[in-house]
Design a protein around this ligand. Structure first.
Ligand code: SAH
Length: 489
């Protein structure tokens, strides 16, 4: 197993800085023993213009089998011979990643005590892996590396050059080029993605692998378009670990995203309202909160859930009305909750006030016992932030499991978008909206939900109700009724 890392340089920025970065001197060939064999680091070339470090792992196939995890490939895993005769010694794989992580651990963490300015600076990098087992082929290799800033050359290795008609092996000759990455970033990409491509981890995946993945994936994994596949394969298809990793990464992604959660257009005023009169028109977000408060008061609710509470504006409004004795804000984004708690000045609140409010971090796509038994729940501008296939999960968590007596749901009315002058045709109101519905689509969904869970539903406009396209915000109010009432509605 073999890979090389090369860089170029000049007299001012010599390529041999690679030796500092890797903490391995270019003039010495060094050997490190690992649990699966010996890792060698050597430099085939090292001058100011070009420097290449090679990592070569000599796998001890017997040690691998003795450790009990040496799997035979492609066939009977328990065939005695397959344990010894496999591609482990030749192909880059999770073993090489482990060697990379242990031999270059400081470099991977971006630490260089002698030259602290080096690790943070990107430099030209070229990485070659002559035989990379790649389940998913060259196409997947590109999908994994290109979004990270690599230029990828992935050539299938023929089974036998003498007999081209035999076709390609499952190996790829991989070359990666980048100018904008640091060495630490490069090593972290390889550390995760080599075993992902191999998809046959040699060691038992324990729960702390999730922590490790989040650490090594810091800064690039959360927003990676192939995140699901990467986590699934990295965690050896262990479903509960994969789910845990994805939930945590989703929080990271949301925090990284430009989460100006209060939509820009929310603070704008619906065009028609502007003409109303002299008075300063009311922003849509304010009108929506007033409409929601109206519904909640009319329902006689005292204990209220604000699901997807964002930065806590509604929670703050609810706190001002003593009729609401218990207010729980729930959001998946830790960052939104931190802002909410600052807005509410939770730390400086008197004990009585503080006892009325709770902020919980959680995802509405999963049932949650903490949310059972409330009078009312609000989902204000939340459903459109979920991918459509996740909506049934939210439906079940709210209407099937938490089951508050009243549920108030608001969402944009896409028909109204033509009335926003600043919104280019066909654009959603907010970058994170996964969908925006017409009145008919929203009503269709809401009626079906009510029917499935024994609620009655009615619809109210929020903002000016345009005769042609309807209001900017549409609202559905669900009431838990006896089945008969629900039918009558
Ligand atoms: N209710 C607020 C915020 C709306 S923005 C308002 O009306 O202004 C949508 C909010 O839903 C965001 O804060 C986002 O973090 C949250 N959200 C998105 N998906 C979620 C999920 N699966 N579980 C919980 N909250 C979610």
């Amino acid at each position: 197993m073999f890979l090389t890392i090369s860089t170029t340089g000049s007299a001012q920025r010599p390529a041999t800085d690679l030796g500092h970065l890797l903490h391995k001197h270019p003039e010495k060939a060094q050997a490190f023993s690992t649990s699966y064999g010996t890792a060698h680091v050597l430099y085939p070339e090292a001058d100011a213009e070009r420097c290449t470090a090679a990592l070569l792992l000599e796998v001890d196939a017997v040690a691998l089998v003795r450790r009990g995890k040496g799997k035979g490939r492609g066939g009977a895993p328990d065939a005695a011979l397959a344990q010894y005769v496999n591609d482990r010694p030749y192909a880059a794989s999770s073993l090489l990643a482990v060697a990379l992580g242990s031999v270059f651990s400081s470099a991977m963490r971006g630490v260089c005590t002698a030259r602290p300015e080096l690790p943070g600076t990107p430099r030209p990098l070229r990485i070659e892996v002559p035989a990379l087992p790649a389940r998913g082929g060259a196409d997947l290799v590109r999908r994994l590396f290109e979004p990270l800033g690599w230029t990828v050359t992935a050539e299938p290795v023929p089974l036998d050059t003498e007999f081209p008609e035999w076709g390609d092996s499952r190996y790829i000759r991989l070359t990666l080029l980048a100018a904008g990455l640091t060495l630490a970033e490069a090593l972290r990409h390889l550390y995760v993605l080599l075993p992902v491509l191999d998809d046959a981890k040699h060691y038992w995946v324990s729960p702390d692998e999730v922590d490790k993945l989040l650490r090594v994936g810091d800064g690039w994994l959360a927003a990676h378009p192939e995140r699901e596949l990467i986590t699934r394969r990295y965690l050896s298809h262990r479903w509960s670990l994969t789910r845990q990793a994805n939930e945590r990464l989703e929080l990271v992604r949301l925090a990284e995203a430009d989460d100006s959660e209060v939509e820009d257009l929310d603070n704008a005023v619906a065009p028609e309202a502007e003409a109303d009169d002299e008075e300063k028109p009311t922003p849509l977000a304010v009108r929506r909160r007033e409409a929601i408060l109206g519904v909640l008061r009319a329902s006689g609710a005292a204990r209220v859930l604000d699901l997807g509470c964002g930065q806590g504006q509604l929670v703050q409004a609810l706190l001002k009305d003593p009729a609401f004795t218990e207010i729980v804000g729930v959001d998946v984004s830790m960052r939104a909750l931190t802002i909410a708690s600052r807005r509410l000045k939770l730390d400086r609140m008197g004990e009585r006030q503080a006892s009325r409010v709770t902020l919980l971090q959680g995802s509405l796509a999963y049932t949650d016992k903490r949310l059972k038994g409330y009078d009312a729940a609000v989902l204000s501008e939340v459903i459109e932030h979920l991918d459509l296939p996740r909506l049934p999960a939210l439906e079940y968590a709210v209407f099937g499991s938490a089951r508050p007596r009243t549920v108030c749901v608001t969402t944009p009315n896409v028909e109204y978008n033509v009335r926003w002058e600043s919104l280019p045709a066909g654009h959603a109101r907010h970058g994170d909206h996964r969908f925006e519905w017409t009145r008919e689509e929203f009503r269709g969904w809401a009626r079906a939900v009510a029917e499935r869970h024994g609620y009655a539903v009615e619809f109210l406009p929020v903002g000016p109700d345009d005769p042609e396209v309807g209001p900017p915000t549409q609202m559905a109010v669900f009431r838990l009724g006896t089945p008969k009432e629900a039918k009558a509605a």
